[in-house]
Design a protein around this ligand. Structure first.
Ligand code: PLP
Length: 421
């Protein structure tokens, strides 16, 4: 459910017409609905209200500080994967005591920053990282709260590029080796073992892989406890998928039921790290039609947004719904078109053979479910400046990231002296 609906024939974000925003900011732009973000967070958090759990929003899905700020006000924690995201979460008002730090390549500086901030937990993904963290913490005379991320050897049945729990994936420590690593960690003065972390992938729409991974995590926790290792917390990662088209996706309630039955009565504090399910359907990318071009065999609708603004179709062959901002009158005949961007790559295609009503230059389109892994993955390929982000709340809207200018980009580049003569 989202708050992008037609009113008087125009697509609106909550109570604001997208045409009005387009007039003010130009296109393309990302638009987020605060009510939708809040609703998704509440539905997810409510599903875990009867257990001891902290919902740590996975900042990488949409890291605009206004979006994080909306969630901070609802009491969310944050899952961060870089020093930059740590700074964003703190800047947006998430208390350090609700921040967990994940990722396989944290630098010594990032680990030090996390310890200085006093965050809740650092998820360690390898033995060398454990050694480095132990050293950094011991040098500071502190003890790092650590969960070891295990790789449960489970296929999340999602796109290959976002599956993270298979044995051949780069993430975590193979679960059969975990026991040895925990025993080593217990001897290290800079390390305070608090729990186990697991995250099997993203856009997971089958609950069975979650169940298997969580049962494995529970069994490991029981084994470690039997050896006197005080496992107090289980970080179950994120990954719950969302519908991008008409396909079904499990609800947070169904997911929570799987978590509770798999974990059983271990009496652990749970951490959940949803990203996409909070932000995905809370955002759209609004773009203008530049040209309608008749190809030899196909009709192309060339729009002003491109793969650099929204990479998911090019990167994952992802499907995104596309809606006209002016509501299409009933009985309008739709024709199949390819919706493409201006970038010089054939992969710069948002949709192929998509039935859309007749379009002309200047018409606005909304690419749906673009709130997660949209703006955050954008690049400046083809010297296309990063597009603005707008947050809507009721009848108000605010520019929460300005459009970059080409001059901003060029000001970071330098012609060396030897090329100046
Ligand atoms: C990416 C990621 C998440 C969030 O995944 P979603 O699919 O957006 O819910 C959570 N935890 C970790 C460790 C991640 O890498």
């Amino acid at each position: 459910m989202d708050h992008f609906v037609y009113r008087d024939g125009r697509l609106c974000a909550e109570d604001v017409s997208l045409i009005r925003i387009a007039e003010e900011t130009g296109t393309p732009f990302y638009c987020y609905s605060q009510a939708t973000i809040e609703r998704h967070y509440r539905v997810f958090a409510d599903a875990f209200a009867d257990v001891d759990a902290t919902v740590c929003y996975a900042v990488k899905a949409n890291s605009n500080i206004a979006v994080i700020g909306v969630l901070a006000r609802l009491g969310a924690g944050a899952d961060v994967v870089s020093g930059g995201e740590l700074k964003r979460a703190l800047t947006a008002g998430i208390p350090a005591s609700r921040i967990v730090f994940s990722g396989i390549g944290k630098t010594g500086e990032e680990l030090a920053a996390a310890l200085d901030a006093g965050i809740l937990q650092i998820n360690v993904e390898s033995e060398p990282e454990l050694e480095l963290l132990g050293q950094v913490a011991a040098d500071k005379g502190v003890s790092a709260p650590v969960a070891i991320r295990i790789n449960p050897g489970i296929d999340a049945l999602t796109h290959d590029k976002i599956a993270t729990g298979k044995a051949e994936n780069k993430f975590g420590i193979e679960w059969t080796r975990a026991h040895r690593v925990y025993c080593r960690a217990m001897t290290m003065p800079g390390i305070d073992i608090v729990g186990i972390a697991v995250h099997i992938g993203s856009q997971v729409t089958d609950l069975e892989p979650f169940r298997e991974a969580y049962v494995r995590t529970r069994d490991l926790a029981a084994l470690l406890r039997a050896d006197g290792i005080a496992i107090r917390r289980l970080d179950l990662g994120g990954g719950l998928g969302i519908p991008y088209g008409d396909e079904p996706a499990p609800s947070p309630g169904e997911y929570a039921a799987v978590v509770k039955s798999a974990i059983g009565d271990l009496d652990c504090h749970l951490i959940l790290e949803p990203g996409r399910v909070i932000a995905g359907n809370a955002g759209i990318l609004v773009t203008s039609v530049l040209y309608v071009k008749e190809g030899a065999t196909r009709r192309f609708v060339v729009v002003d947004a491109a793969m650099n603004d929204l990479m998911r179709p090019a990167l994952y062959n992802a499907f995104h719904g596309i809606a006209t901002v002016m509501e299409t009158p009933a009985k309008t005949e739709c024709k199949e078109v390819d919706v493409v961007g201006p970038i010089c790559e054939t992969g710069d295609t948002f949709a192929t053979g998509r039935p859309l009503p007749p379009l002309k230059a200047g018409d606005l389109l909304a690419i749906r479910a673009a709130g997660a892994y949209g703006a955050v993955m954008s690049s400046v390929y083809n010297t296309r400046p990063l597009v603005p982000e707008v947050l809507v709340r009721g009848g108000d809207f605010a520019l929460v990231r300005e459009r970059l200018s080409v001059d901003d980009m060029l000001s970071r580049e330098v012609i060396p002296n030897w090329l100046k003569t």
